[in-house]
Design a protein around this ligand. Sequence first.
Ligand code: NAD
Ligand code: MLT
Length: 894
Amino acid sequence: MLISTSTTPENDDAGDTFAPSPSDAFNSVSGRGHSLGQRSQELGSMRSASRFAGSSSGICFLRTVCDAIAKAGTSENLTSAPAVNLRFIPGEDERGGDSRGCLWHAFEVTNVVGSAWPSFEELVALVSSFYIQGWHCLLPYLQADKVMQSLENVGSDNEIPHLTPAAALGLPLGIRDEDIDVCLPNHEVHADPTGRTILPENDMRLIPLTLFSKYSGIKGRLMEISNKCITHRTLNAEQALRTVHVDILKWQNEVQDFIQTAFSEEDDPDNAGLDLRENSKFLTPQHHLLFQIQYHELLLLMHRPALSAKSVNETYPVAMLTCLSSARAIISLTKRYLYRYKAPNGRVAYPVLWHVLLSAVWMSGLVIIFAAFECGITLQSADRDIQVVWSILEFLSIRLPGKPKACEVALRALFELLCRKRGFSSVKPTSALERPAKRQRRSDPDVPLDAIEPSFLSNGPNDEASMQASDAAMPVPGIAVTNDADLFPLGALTDSTQDQTPFDENHVLWLLDVPSLLDDHILTFKMPPAAHAGRRIYKIASIPADGIGPEVISAGITVLESLVRALGTFDLNFEHFDWSSATYLKTGKYIPDGGHDILKQFDAILFGAVGAPNVPDHISLWGLRLAICQPFQQYANVRPTRILRGTQSPLRNCKSGDLDWVIVRENSEGEYAGQGGRSHAGQPWEVATELAIFTRHAVERLLRFAFETARSRPRKLLTFVTKSNAQRNGMVLWDEVCEIVAKEYPDVKLDKMLVDAMTVRMVLKPETLDTIVATNLHADILSDLAAALAGSIGIAPTSNLDPTRKNPSMFEPIHGSAFDITGKGIANPVATFWTAVEMLAWLGEKDAAAALMECVERVCERGVTTPDLGGTATTVAVTNAVCQEIEREFGSKK
Ligand SMILES: NC(=O)c1ccc[n+]([C@@H]2O[C@H](COP(=O)([O-])OP(=O)(O)OC[C@H]3O[C@@H](n4cnc5c(N)ncnc54)[C@H](O)[C@@H]3O)[C@@H](O)[C@H]2O)c1
Ligand SMILES: O=C(O)C[C@@H](O)C(=O)O
């Protein structure tokens, strides 16, 4: 089956062009193919010029799925839904999901080495420092001595591939990296640093350890291929992948050999020297599951980049189908394992598997949704798999809810979106979107937490008989599984089932407060330093233009460059355009001929302000700002307002938190349609008309965007502002369209205001507002008021978004050229910094965006502010303070 490489027509938001036809499996019916221009810098490993390393491919895949689903279907306005809705999409490269940085409960860690073993608190601190701040998946391959040494002490980090199996095998965790790389049965004696023999040479655990180590090696090579072909310098990416594929298959066969050996007779001559009786008990269902999941993870890792590649090609169907079958295998294996080996109290029988299962099942869920999106399977079929994924995630969240919960939220939102866009509302209420009934039981104090089980464990076709039938259908080669979880060697970690410590219910309930957890996570998450050898590169067009524009844009770029240096994970390439009033006065044009085509090649536009005393305002605004926003269909103008830490509202008693709004302004027509004219010029009866135009199409797409924005925020409150008492045509159309669109968002509370009364409410009851939507002119005025109520127009940002991402979006501070302070060096750069934050988030660099915002707020908190906020600092001083804060936080990687 060959993929069509022709560009699928872009979907028109006037009609759903998608038919979920399985017969068209993986032909580009989805329209995804060439439409991912925004991600052009994130190329998969199937492309020779790949620029990301390691698990970036996971993040890239994740974005592919989100972008593709958001872009599809009738509702163009939903484009940003996943990004807005989910707030935080768990990635592979983000760790733990528990904002406390604690992977293990105290009762899951046992002191096995006597007093030298770190305390639980030390263990948490160590895991947090390596796992949360400094970890990267390539670490084991880099052989960084110091890090490895410390990891020996931590020992229980289950995401470091070879330490997972070490712990799983019950090996003393003092074992060194070199042991794992070189050890072969019958050849070496392994000793800990004190000389005590820790592994006799005939210890059969060395075989799986070697196999796990080989797995790590293959994984590392796959990452290298995505990165720079380090191992395969002489091969192109496709040749390199073929050799790795052979190694994966060889590895899997070795695993099977080993499993068969472990359960064969002792007198088998092949097993001479191996103490089978002593050691076979170490091969448990957990090991087997781990091996099987690792096999499928390798296949996913190998094929996934092809799914994220910018253009589809003939490798795509193989990649898609391989990923699909591996994803289904992972889901089915995990389900079967949990069914059989769940501990009596309902928890995962062995905590060390928790993260392995979590990341494998999460990635599999994404693959299933993507396959449904690509029409490789029907939505109904995907629904069945996804139900199991949710049940597993729900089950895993019993141990530590943060990350499983975030995965569940993300998958639910994506699947819901896909179902809606395909018009399959029946999938939605009956299964996919309903919260499981068990959820209520969790908060019921009479039901012990231990009573919670995954739904598939307790009912329907998932009984023992059908499990056995499915076992028969998919035989597990070679292994004689044992039902006795107690056989499992505990190593450094005890099985939670053996511990009598009651589960910390408060901890669970605290973590169930998902929105605040996720917010918190965004704020506290730190990017790992310089993890990626291949960096994402964004092309930014900078148009500082007039007045204080050049001063604040220069400050913004300084801060962004400092952030980029400190994080080392992506690059911003700025190109500067001198399109301004001065240019207009010289050439007669703000934008030269062909200027729009040039701008189209950029990922985003960073804009200062336009307007000069010697050019009429309507010429400058229409010549530059509107001349970009309107043709680029940046129809959603998004203006968040908040009282930043360390700043004050002019409203008495209004505290930070009381005023936390997002204003969504229609940005393509309305009062800015440019219709009208003048007659009888210069005569006493001269007449001028200014005609506002409201189209159903533009109103609907903007309202849907506003509802999505409101839905993505904790309060789910949308205030809809018009003047439909006086303006009885256009505004009444807004009212009618709003009523229709609102039906799609029953979870969003709708609140209607007339614009005059709205100004009163903004001043007197700011805490009653959250997301606000209004016309081009009304929202322009309301957003200046909002900025002033939050302290200054000098802090307020704007995003001019084309949610379809067909054109670059433009980011600018709300304020104008501010002639009165131009050149004085006191323009507040915070609005531009916050604008830069919004731009980074739109580009997909959400962690970097959150990090920058945090640094800006810390500087405000320290009182380093310009005069408009009551301070005495200059633009440059504030800029330097933010750069210093960034360096303090992340260090500089110059
Ligand atoms: N997006 C734009 O390009 C844009 C937006 C608004 C106004 N304008 C244009 O700018 C020119 C001036 O317009 P205006 O005076 O109505 O609005 P303005 O936003 O330029 O200034 C209003 C007031 O706010 C202050 N101010 C603005 N930004 C500040 C900052 N960063 N730090 C400290 N104080 C700041 C100014 O000093 C002034 O007192 C006009 O030509 C107008 O058309 C352009
Ligand atoms: O009305 C405009 O668009 C100009 C200015 O007020 C802005 O908000 O950018």
